[in-house]
Design a protein around this ligand. Structure first.
Ligand code: GAL
Length: 413
């Protein structure tokens, strides 16, 4: 008995000494996203059995609710040990520049990861020569997902390349009694997500990318044309779009009520989780007239200053940056690995398509998902789009975007 008590005490001490817990903050609560996160947590538990992982999530697509909670915590000096953050402006503008993050460049070097990510991605995880977060994935934002049974019924034989061809299909789907294109914009961002892709199609990736560097004016006919296209899309939405989110919109496709929707490929993870096989029950193509580009959405994790369990947070970062971690997480999440040396054979036919395109297409940063512009601009755009999907007033929307761009310091002359 005495021996047993001593043993139990020793185990207990070892556990406590080990660091006890790590709090990981994200908005991955449903669909394939939760499955990916839970798989990572399980692997962490296997590697570090003495550490309790606190899975701190705040539901809401694109972090609509989570980001506000996180900001309050960070400003209040109560950071989680690590948190999901988009590469690009969301990371640098919100957290790095205000001095809330620790640089992790040396850890990446120590772990042999420094040169294992594409330069373009590393650039948006860095600020003034230091790396501040590790990309766990790359999502593609400019994708249309569709129900293959409906596609067959309406006689779709090839993927539409142009808006004209796309509208032809939407018309047929609507005539056949389906919602032609589904939307769930209760959190507003999904309309912006769609719109940024339409913008990309009209500006082209070269000019679109220069909007963010101040080398291309917003005051361009492409902006008006983008809203004209949006105006044509709006009548094809489900009437109750304001009541749902991206998962509701995806489910309409799954339930064979809607033909298609424009969504990032987390929808792919969601379809798979509901039991669909890519290429069988659902198909995909690049948003019309954006085939030359790949709209990047990259989820990353960093190390906040004052993380209560720094050692355990570093263990988390090392795991999410590892080949093993990435190849476990991404096939479930519906994203491709950020690492260049991941095992491609672990990815399904859709993800292989995205991987092939990622390596050859022009990469463009997403507004709705925090890479291109600061949150303040994305919020203004969300409001503009939210109004636009009900009043479809092109002139007013163009004027509002120009005002927002000017306020943000972008080129509008
Ligand atoms: C994005 C995020 C994705 C996915 C999506 C929907 O912003 O990068 O990982 O979570 O929101 O919630």
């Amino acid at each position: 008995m005495k021996k047993f008590t001593v043993l139990m005490c020793a185990i207990l001490i070892a556990f406590v000494a080990f660091g006890s817990q790590v709090e990981i903050f994200s908005w991955w609560t449903g669909g394939g996203e939760e499955a990916g996160l839970l798989a990572l947590i399980k692997l962490y538990n296997q590697l570090y059995p003495g550490v309790q992982v606190i899975n701190a999530t705040v539901a809401g697509g694109a972090g609509t609710n989570a980001k506000a909670v996180l900001k309050t915590r960070m400003l209040g000096g109560n950071p989680p040990d690590s948190f999901q953050v988009h590469a690009g402006m969301e990371l640098s503008d919100t957290y790095v520049i205000p001095g809330k993050m620790e640089p992790i460049t040396n850890y990446l070097k120590e772990w042999g990861m420094y040169d294992k990510f594409p330069e373009d991605i590393m650039k948006i995880c860095s600020y003034e020569g230091e790396v501040y977060s590790i990309p766990v994935n790359v999502h593609r934002g400019n994708v249309v997902f569709y129900n293959t049974a409906i596609a067959k019924e309406i006689g779709m034989t090839t993927a539409p390349k142009t808006w004209k061809e796309f509208f032809g299909l939407l018309e047929k789907a609507q005539k056949a009694g389906y919602v032609a294109i589904s939307l769930g914009d209760t959190g507003k961002w999904t309309a912006t997500h769609l719109f940024e892709n339409v913008m990309l199609s009209q500006f082209g990736p070269y000019k679109y990318n220069m909007l963010w560097t101040g080398d291309q004016t917003f005051n361009h006919v492409a902006l008006t044309e983008a809203f004209e296209i949006m105006k044509k899309i709006v009548p094809y939405f489900n009437k109750d779009h304001a009541a749902g989110d991206w998962q509701d919109a995806s489910r309409l496709i799954f339930e064979k009520k809607a033909f298609c929707n424009v969504m990032g490929d987390w929808a792919e993870g969601y379809f798979k989780e509901m039991g669909w096989t890519p290429g069988k029950e659902f198909g995909w193509f690049a948003v019309p007239e954006t085939d030359v580009a790949f709209m990047i959405v990259s989820d990353t994790f960093g190390l906040p200053k004052g993380a209560p369990n720094k050692e355990n947070a570093l263990r988390w970062l090392k795991l999410v940056g590892s080949v093993e971690g990435q190849d476990l997480f991404n096939p479930l999440k519906g994203s491709i690995p950020a690492r260049v040396d991941a095992d491609k054979s672990k990815y399904d036919v859709y993800l292989q398509w995205a991987m092939a395109d990622f390596s050859v297409k022009a990469l463009s940063p997403s507004i709705a998902h925090g890479s291109a512009a600061p949150e303040s601009f994305a919020t203004m755009l969300n409001d503009i789009l939210n109004r636009f999907v009900s009043d479809v007033n092109v002139n007013q929307a163009v004027k509002s975007v120009l005002e927002a761009a000017e306020e943000e310091g972008y080129l509008v002359k």
